[in-house]
Write a protein that binds this ligand. Structure first.
Ligand code: FRU
Length: 645
């Protein structure tokens, strides 16, 4: 294959042709990293599930190999994992030539049963022999899948985790020979993806050192969910906790509304939009501060209204949205009401009457509320914010308004998301990694539209392999992800400047004529000033993808409204927003490919992975700030060479 088609990734694995979904069975052996994956040998949509296969010596360059495990007459081969059985506990190999053992889900097409099967390879994963035709574990379910197996040294046994998808549970089993499995425990439901109709899939359970200290480790349960995600469709959350060889016990969930943790769709960024203002609730009264950035309201889908300093006394009045048709079962909102509890009301009005109402709390007590409007779907309505504060220092905080299929609650707010983009799913880690690092790869798409993504003759790419670590942050211990180090071998033309004002950096970029579809960008910039800072990428006269940090609202946003082709799903043109604590310095690492963007902020604490289907000619690149001239401590831009020749 030429790997030169429009939108063909230059740095991310894709099969030459046909459909791919989950990465499966990642394992290292004798100098090779194996990537198996859900593959349809016969078409460009999901079907005929088989394990495709590719190998790499550095996790960056891949060679596609023949199908490893084909669909069988009795079963389709669903997701699963591979372990290196170095002591030949299974007896599938010999002590001299220990086997690779695959555990995967077989989907029985005649009765829909999903159970766990084994296969082994004695020739570096090239050919596979199924272990009989019967499953090694069958719990009699049509929704039990995606076994991930690892060796648990402390209790000298193999552990298997798999998803009981519709029960929102992860089942944990143990074995000494990979053939006979004993029930140990269940985990869940907890966190997101637990409503009826939502699925838990592809779990992984890994132990990770905290702050690089291997004497101080913690377990992370990594979990894919389809439904109940930030932006719709499929995505990934994780849980931290302890695993004792039998039970995974989660740590207490993070604090409510934690900056840097949990994030919701909000729509900040424009001004009053079409809301109507009466009285002097917003924008009147003597100004008490100089932070105009704090006064932000957007259209009726959501807003952040933080006029804490700007608006002063007697903030009495109303703010009313334009009419809209209620299309979702819930309207959820994060509301705070200055230091004057009860003086802010948030109302839903239908036919001139308030049909739902909530009052604001103290600013420090931002609270998620949700109106259940299931019975009102299809009605024309408007939202109204009423402020009745008459003393000094009125302020209101309507942080976010979300129209969704879920009632967002404090509990939802406590989800740890593995990725704040739309296109990260089914990731799991390598077995037998030579340095013991935990490295994972995810599927860079979303079940909401995966089969419609307009690429040909292949469909779907994998993410870059990313190293997982845990780091202590002001919010607690959090998962961090960074592309594997070998990515730097793809660096071509480069540019690096340090400690210059942003305006000077802009000039340097222009002088150097920096542009390109495949770039890696490192940026470290001072965020102690009020102005927003950002990157515009894949730009042209008609397209741009904007990554922006607002140091006041502490939001990092990735704006896809003008990114390119979104005709197959409106989700492709959304703005993805995440809260990121302002520590005075923003560190960004961005990897751009022909049809994707991966953003790693603050050393990988916060990640966005998104498809980005820009036009071939949109290859401009720009750095900007909305006001002021912040100090850019470091700026590096690398052109990235293709991995395909
Ligand atoms: C996740 C998933 C798995 C299943 C596989 C089938 O994307 O639904 O649960 O094993 O895909 O292709």
């Amino acid at each position: 294959a030429s790997y030169n088609e429009q939108w063909r990734p230059k740095l991310h694995y894709t099969p030459q042709r046909n459909w791919m979904n989950d990465p499966n069975g990642m394992v290292y052996l004798n100098g090779e990293y194996h990537l198996f994956y859900q593959y349809n040998p016969q078409g460009i949509k999901w079907g005929h599930m088989s394990w495709g296969h590719a190998v790499s010596r550095d996790l960056i360059h891949w060679e596609e190999l023949p199908i490893a495990i084909p669909e069988a007459p009795d079963i389709a081969i669903f997701s699963g994992s591979v372990v290196y059985d170095r002591n030949n506990t299974s007896g599938f190999g010999t002590t001299a030539n220990p086997p690779l053992v695959a555990l995967f889900t077989g989907w029985n097409k005649s009765n829909n049963n999903q159970s766990q099967y084994a296969a082994y390879s004695l020739d570096q994963g090239r050919t596979w022999t199924r272990y009989g035709t019967a499953p090694v574990l069958d719990i009699g379910s049509t929704e039990s899948r995606d076994p991930k197996v690892f060796w648990h040294a402390a209790t000298s046994k193999w552990i298997m985790v798999f998803a009981r998808a519709t029960d929102h549970k992860v089942a944990i089993y143990g074995s000494t020979n990979l053939k006979n499995w004993t029930y140990l425990s269940d985990f869940g439901p907890l966190g997101a993806g637990t409503a009826p109709g939502q699925l838990w899939e592809v779990p992984d359970l890994v132990q990770l050192p905290i702050d690089g200290n291997t004497a101080n480790q913690k377990w992370a349960l990594l979990l894919s969910i389809n439904g109940g995600t930030l932006w719709g469709g499929s995505g990934m959350q994780y849980f931290l906790g302890n695993f004792n060889g039998v039970t995974f016990t989660p740590d207490p969930l993070p604090a409510v509304n934690e900056p840097g943790g949990v994030l919701y769709q909000d729509f900040e960024g424009s001004t009053y939009g079409s809301w109507t203002v009466t009285g002097n609730a917003f924008g009147a009264g003597p100004a008490q501060g100089t932070l105009p950035d704090q006064q932000v309201v957007t259209g009726y889908r959501g807003s952040r209204l933080v006029n804490t300093f700007l608006n002063g006394d007697s903030t009495t009045g109303t703010l009313t949205s334009p009419d809209f048709v209620i299309g979702k079962p819930y309207i959820s909102f994060l509301i705070g009401g200055g230091n004057h509890p009860g003086e802010t009301a948030f109302n839903l009005i239908v036919d001139g009457k308030v049909v739902r109402s909530a009052t604001g709390q103290n600013e420090e007590l931002l609270r998620w509320n949700a109106f259940d409007v299931t019975a009102l779907q299809g009605k024309t309505a408007r939202l109204q914010i009423v402020d009745t504060h008459t003393g000094q220092w009125g302020h209101i905080n309507i942080d976010q308004i979300v129209f969704s299929d879920n009632a967002f609650t404090e509990n939802d707010n406590r989800v740890l998301w593995a990725d704040f983009g739309r296109d990260f799913y089914a990731a799991s880690t390598f077995d037998n990694h030579p340095t013991g690092d935990k490295v994972w790869i995810g599927w860079m798409s979303n079940w909401q539209y995966a089969e419609k993504v307009p690429t040909y003759p292949w469909r779907s790419a994998m993410t870059l392999p990313r190293k997982l670590t845990l780091k202590t942050t002001p919010d607690g211990i959090r998962l961090h992800q960074e592309p594997v180090a070998a990515l730097t071998t793809q660096h071509a033309a480069s540019l690096k400047f340090t400690n210059l004002p942003l305006s000077q950096m802009r000039q340097n970029l222009t002088a150097a004529g920096v542009r390109g579809k495949t770039l890696e960008v490192l940026l470290e910039v001072d965020t102690t000033g009020p102005g927003s800072i950002g990157l515009k990428m894949h730009t042209s006269a008609f397209e741009e993808t904007v990554l922006q940090y607002n140091p006041i609202t502490q939001k990092l946003s990735l704006d896809h409204q003008k990114s390119g082709d979104s005709s197959f799903d409106p989700g492709l043109s959304e703005v993805h927003v995440a809260t990121l604590r302002n520590t005075g310095t923003l560190k960004l690492r961005v990897v751009l490919d022909t049809s994707s963007i991966e953003v790693f902020a603050q050393d990988g604490k916060l990640v966005f992975t998104d498809l980005l289907l820009s036009s071939p000619s949109s290859d401009g690149f720009e750095l900007y700030s909305s006001s002021g001239d912040p100090l850019v401590k470091n700026l590096e831009v690398y052109e990235l060479k293709t991995i395909w020749n």
